[in-house]
Design a protein around this ligand. Structure first.
Ligand SMILES: *Cc1c(COP(=O)(O)O)cnc(C)c1O
Length: 386
């Protein structure tokens, strides 16, 4: 058989080799401690799981769901955006639930990218923005994120000819992997840029609720005019520790939301309704879990910042997200560093190069590791003389 070129040419998954090495170590009997995965270790709050149990028993939820999701869920998402960000959304036109936000992030390329079209994608970034573009037949122009610019792209550095060709601009704040945050001034600059060049903005914001020291991240949609040019992807995964249930949403520009709805209605049959009931319970139930989880992450953050600094890495404590983005001492690649750390003390960190060439020189350290494993990991890091 002959695989399509898009599969043959799909760049190798950069973390596949790392997963293989970790599996090898475990097979050798090494007790591997992983700071590699961005997947909340704390379980989904009980009241949300209870909503699933109730919904599972209701035969109405045993049948095909609608692609556009339950109206009650779209309304609950609208109310949450209103309460949290002061934005009023039309739940029938400006809100679409997704099978996890990754699903929508991947599929939205089909709405804007024809073969040889261009997307503007940050480097480093979550790999799905570039891979979705590629699978739709498009190309990426990468926007370097550097520490000097607080990991915000410099839109003025984009050549005029590139900006004119671009169809989509991807952004993600609070940022994975750098932990950087953006303010409304930046987002308003984005809106002006998108208007000038007629570019659709896709802002990916799954970490707006994962923040520390009292900091409250903003939504892209709070920027004046944002809704005319873009959408925001959001997720229940990180806010409510629901990665395993697969539910997220996209909100904002009605034309963009409708285009994604049209793609999806031809590819999937929506989100299991019992899981949509969990999402409603998450948004409408008590919100204490968010602050409680953030307090846990903040404590881990502070412990890890101290340990990494002692190891000679340079790391700013992030105000939000689940990650530390630590600068390595000069003279070693992120892959060499991560490999040595695994070989010497059985600790996994993610090499920055996996997120793009500008991730070189950094490693990403995740806060989603149970406290007792964290303590053991810290002991090993502190004893390491790399
Ligand atoms: C975790 C994550 C997502 C995906 O979340 P799901 O809703 O679980 O698919 C999207 N974007 C970024 C940047 C993430 O880190």
């Amino acid at each position: 058989m002959q695989l399509a070129k898009r599969i043959q040419q799909l760049p190798p998954y950069l973390f596949a080799e790392a997963s293989r090495r970790i599996a090898e170590k475990r097979a050798e009997g090494v007790d591997v401690i992983s700071f590699g995965i961005g997947d909340p270790d704390i379980p989904t709050p009980a009241h949300i799981v209870e909503a699933l149990v109730r919904a599972a028993a209701d035969p109405a939820n045993h049948r095909y769901p609608e692609t556009e999701g339950l109206p009650e869920l779209r309304r609950a998402i609208g109310r949450w955006y209103e309460d949290r960000f002061g934005i009023s959304l039309d739940p029938d036109k400006e809100v679409l639930p997704l099978i996890g936000s990754k699903e929508g992030i991947g599929h939205v390329a089909l709405c804007f990218i024809d073969p040889d079209d261009l997307a503007l994608v940050p480097d480093p970034s979550y790999p799905v923005y570039a891979r979705g573009t590629f699978l739709a037949g498009g190309d990426c122009y990468f926007l370097p994120l550097s520490e000097e610019n607080d990991f915000l792209p410099d839109l003025e550095a984009i050549p005029e000819s590139v900006a004119r060709r671009a169809k989509v601009l991807w952004l993600n704040y609070p940022n994975n992997p750098t932990g950087a945050v953006a303010d409304l001034d930046f987002f308003e600059w984005v809106v002006r840029f998108a208007r000038k060049y007629d570019i659709a903005v896709c802002h990916d914001g799954p970490y707006t609720e994962v923040a520390f020291d009292g900091y409250r991240p903003v939504s892209f949609l709070q920027a004046a005019g944002a809704r005319e040019v873009g959408v925001e992807f959001h997720s229940f995964s990180k806010s409510y520790n629901m990665t395993g249930w697969r539910i997220g949403m996209v909100v904002g520009n009605a034309t963009m939301v409708d285009a994604l709805m049209r793609v999806k209605s031809n590819l999937d049959s929506g989100i299991p309704q019992a899981i949509q009931r969990m999402a409603i319970a998450a948004l409408e139930g008590p919100q204490d879990c968010i602050g409680e989880h953030n307090a846990v992450y903040q404590r881990r953050r502070d412990r890890l910042v101290t340990a990494l600094t002692r190891m000679g890495l340079r790391v700013r404590p992030p105000q939000a997200s689940l990650y530390l983005w630590a600068r390595l001492p000069e003279g070693q690649t992120s892959l060499e560093f991560a490999t040595r750390l695994l070989d010497d003390v059985g600790v996994v960190v993610t090499p920055g190069i996996g997120y793009g060439p500008h991730g070189e020189g950094y490693v990403r350290v995740s806060l989603t590791i149970p406290d007792e494993r964290l303590e053991e990991g810290l002991r090993r890091l502190e004893g390491w003389r790399g």
